[in-house]
Ligand binder design. Sequence first.
Ligand code: ASP
Length: 342
Amino acid sequence: MKSSANILLIYTGGTIGMVKDFETGALKAFNFDELLQNIPELKLLEHHIDTLSFERPIDSSNMNPSYWLQIAEIIDEKYEAYDGFVILHGSDTMSYSASALSFMFENLSKPVIFTGSQLPIGDLRTDAKENLITSIQIAGLQKNGKPVISEVGVYFEYKLYRGNRTSKINAEHFQAFASPNYPPLVNSGVHLAVNDAYLWQPNHRRKMKLHRGLNDEIALIKIFPGINRSLLEHILAKEGLKGVILETYGSGNAPTQDWFVQLLKKTIATGVVIVNVTQCTGGSVAMGQYETSTQLKKIGIVSGKDITTEAAVAKMMYLLAKELSPKVFRTIFETSLRGEMS
Ligand code: ASP
């Protein structure tokens, strides 16, 4: 067991490094060096840590695909030089970013751990120190000279989850994330308990490949009782639209009204792909289980199975950039690529 690893810590922004604006009282990102000064404990860790910061740290509500590429390029460039990567990121869009990076990195064989906090690191009651220190320790875990974690994870409040299985579920509790359809990869107690059976098993003979393309010509539509027909018609008629994620009820159910089904059918006929994901926090789409989902299956809607909406957005952007035929898109979307669906 190698005890010391080389870790690259990348600061993108988020509450973890924020301070209160003197005049308005609102939280805003601050200087990375000040952040490091607030964690003298980092020097006590057995790992070698290098740090890198966004030139202008952001609140993660401003996250977008070009920032994803920026983070991914840093990791790609430094991939051989480090054993693991820890990304400090706001919690608001952390699940989207972790999902996006999971698809962008094919054959990842090193840990990329996202973490952040609900309270700034300078706050007396902060959750930032535990999150950051344990994330670094998890990123540094090695067995037989190889990293224990070989995937993109989200570490928050004593749990490491597979990143593309997470959602932010609470804006108040320190336990801000959940992974309803997949168990935690690591539980942090007195010891770090690694859930070996659930870890991603990389193929070490394959070289890591960064996929840079992401297509954002997509729409995310959550259906609700009374959803307006002309609004839907407008959205689906948008020029250049390539894909739609439809958040449906329960196990993938939607209204059976003729106008609704015909509109989706017409949209699919123009080459737009539509993926069915559930509005429920846990469980899976199973088209055909109810009459209210049978017609969706018939018209060629893709099943998102038990994928999270966050991972569906990332997977759709990733696959649309490959310009696949709708048939191939469907086959690949319905296949687990990075452990994002069962
Ligand atoms: N608004 C913050 C962000 O996502 C919240 C956080 O960091 O937890 O950047």
